[in-house]
Design a protein. Structure first.
Length: 464
C-alpha cells in the first residue's frame, strides 16, 4: 500500500460515490491502493472514471451492495438515515465515517491548504491545483468540480502539499487542520444549517481555530464577512493573517484588473514587488480568487513570480463560466451560480466580456430554503440579463416548503425591470431559447442543479 492510506479505509464503501466531494476522496483512496467500492443513484461519467481506477460502483442503493468485509462506510450529509446500505452497515457493525473525516485523514502528514468561503471555493482550489502541478510540485487535491474531464476533481500526488475545498455548508470544515486557510468571503447561506450571519461568523472562527500553530490565514480584505472574521481572529498567537484585495492597506494589493475578452490581466503588489499575470477566465471575482491562490502558495514557500506565471495555466473548471459550444452564432456557457452574489458576479463578468451582445439566462433555483430566504435577491440579479427563463426549483436534498416556488424569483425580477419567462417543463427550454436567441447572443445555463444538462440540448436545437 502507498503511504498515507489509513487502515480503516483499506476497503471503503461510499454511499453516493458519484457526488463531487465523495468521488474525489474515493479516487484518492483508490490511487493510494485501497479497494474502493460504492453506490450511486445513477450511472455517470464520474462513476465510469472511478471504475477505470479499479473501483466497484453499483447503480442504485441496496443492502446487498455493501460487502461484509468493508472496513468502513463513507457518507456525506446528503445521505438519509433510511438508506438501505447504511442500515446494513449498522447490522454488520461496520464503522460509518463522514466524508469530511475521510478527507481529513488523507491530509495527515502533508501540508494542507484549505479553501473556504461562501462562493469561489471550487475555482480557487482548482487554480491552486493547476498552478502547483504546472510547477512540478505534484500536489494532492480534492475539488468540488471537474477540471477538464469526468473524475478530474481529485488526485493523489507525490508532493507534500494537499489542496482541499473546505465546505462550510454543514460545518464539516471544522474537521481540517490546515497549514494555510483561505477565506474568500462569508455570507448568509445554507439556511437549513445556519439561522443567522452570526452563526456563519462563529463557524468560520472555529475553522480558523483549526489552523496549525505557525500557520497562515489568507483572507479577503474588502469583503465584509471575511473582514469581520479577520478582525475577530486578529492577534491570535501562532497565526499569521495575510489580507488581499484592492484596498490600499491590503497585504497583497491588487492595483489593476484589465479585462481582455474572456481573460483578465491582473497586477498586484506583494512584499513591495509588482507582479502582472493573466487569469484565463473573465471577471473581477475570478481575478480576486487567483490572488487568494497566489497569497496561499507564497505562504507555503512557493516563489511568487513562479506561481503568478503558473496561475495563467488555469483555464477554468466545469460549470464555472464554462463554454459548452457555439451554434448558429450563439455561444452557450454554463454557470454554477446559485446564490445572488454568485449570480451577480458571473453576469457582470459575462457582461464585461460580451460587449454589445445580448445575454440570455436559463436559471434553475437551487433548494426551497435558499429560495425562501434569497429569492428576491435572485430575481434582482436576473435583471442584469437581457432576458431570462426561470425553471422550477431544484429540490436536491430538500422537501418542498409550502408556498415557496420560482414565482417568488420571477416576481422580484419583473419588479426590477427584468424580462422573465416562467417555464415549468425543462424539456421545452431548448425550443424556448431557440425562439429567443439571435446570432451574437450568449446563453447562460445557471444554477447548481441539473440545468447544466440543457447546454447540449440548446446547442443541438440551435444547430437544427
Amino acid at each position: 500500500m502507498k503511504p498515507g492510506l489509513p487502515t480503516a479505509m483499506e476497503r471503503p464503501h461510499f454511499i453516493g460515490i458519484g457526488g463531487a466531494g465523495m468521488s474525489g476522496i474515493a479516487k484518492i483512496l483508490a490511487q493510494r491502493g485501497a479497494q474502493v467500492a460504492g453506490s450511486d443513484s445513477r450511472d455517470s461519467e464520474t462513476a465510469q472514471a472511478l471504475r477505470a481506477h479499479g473501483a466497484t460502483v453499483h447503480v442504485g442503493h441496496a443492502a446487498g451492495h455493501l460487502a461484509a468485509d468493508s472496513t468502513c462506510v463513507v457518507v456525506s450529509s446528503a445521505i438519509r438515515a433510511d438508506n438501505p446500505e447504511l442500515a446494513r452497515a449498522a447490522e454488520l457493525g461496520i464503522p460509518v465515517v463522514h466524508r469530511s473525516d475521510a478527507l481529513a485523514a488523507l491530509m495527515d502528514g502533508l501540508r494542507p491548504i484549505a479553501v473556504a468561503g461562501t462562493h469561489g471555493k471550487t475555482t480557487t482550489t482548482s487554480m491552486l491545483a493547476v498552478s502547483l502541478s504546472a510547477l512540478g510540485l505534484d500536489p494532492s487535491y480534492a475539488i468540488g468540480g471537474d477540471l477538464d474531464a469526468p473524475g478530474s476533481n481529485a488526485h493523489h500526488g507525490e508532493g507534500d502539499i494537499f489542496v482541499a475545498e473546505a465546505d462550510e455548508s454543514d460545518r464539516t470544515f471544522h474537521k481540517y487542520s490546515p497549514q494555510v486557510a483561505i477565506i474568500l468571503n462569508a455570507e448568509l447561506d445554507h439556511h437549513a444549517n445556519y439561522a443567522s450571519i452570526e452563526e456563519i461568523y462563529e463557524s468560520f472562527e472555529t475553522f480558523v481555530g483549526k489552523v496549525v500553530p505557525g500557520g497562515t490565514l489568507v483572507v479577503a480584505h474588502g469583503q465584509e464577512g471575511a473582514a469581520e472574521i479577520a478582525r475577530r481572529v486578529a492577534g491570535r498567537e501562532g497565526l499569521t493573517v495575510v489580507t488581499y484585495g484592492e484596498e490600499e492597506d491590503a497585504d497583497v494589493r491588487i492595483t489593476k484588473i484589465t479585462p481582455r475578452g474572456l481573460t483578465s490581466e491582473v497586477t498586484v503588489v506583494l512584499d513591495g514587488r509588482m507582479l502582472t499575470f493573466t487569469v484565463s477566465v473573465p471577471g473581477r471575482h475570478y481575478a480576486h480568487n487567483a490572488v487568494a491562490a497566489l497569497a496561499a502558495g507564497v505562504a507555503l514557500g512557493v516563489p511568487a513570480h513562479n506561481l503568478a506565471s503558473a496561475l495563467g495555466k488555469y483555464t477554468g473548471v466545469k460549470r464555472r463560466l464554462q463554454l459548452k459550444g457555439e451554434a448558429a452564432g450563439v455561444q452557450v456557457i454554463d454557470s454554477y451560480a446559485h446564490h445572488p452574489t454568485e449570480m451577480t458576479a458571473d453576469l457582470e463578468a459575462i457582461r464585461g466580456a460580451a460587449g454589445d451582445s445580448r445575454i440570455l439566462v436559463v436559471f434553475q433555483p437551487h433548494l426551497f430554503s435558499r429560495t425562501q430566504e434569497l429569492g428576491k435577491e435572485m430575481g434582482r440579479a436576473l435583471a442584469l440579463a437581457d432576458a431570462s427563463v426561470v425553471l422550477d426549483i431544484y429540490p436536491a436534498r430538500e422537501d418542498p416548503i409550502p408556498g415557496i416556488t420560482s414565482e417568488l424569483i420571477i416576481a422580484a425580477a419583473r419588479s426590477a425591470g427584468a424580462d422573465v419567462t416562467a417555464e415549468h417543463d425543462k424539456a421545452a427550454v431548448a425550443d424556448v431559447i431557440a425562439g429567443m436567441a439571435k446570432p451574437g447572443d450568449l446563453v447562460l445555463t445557471m444554477g447548481a442543479g441539473d440545468v447544466t444538462d440543457l447546454g447540449p440540448a440548446i446547442l443541438a436545437r440551435l444547430s437544427s
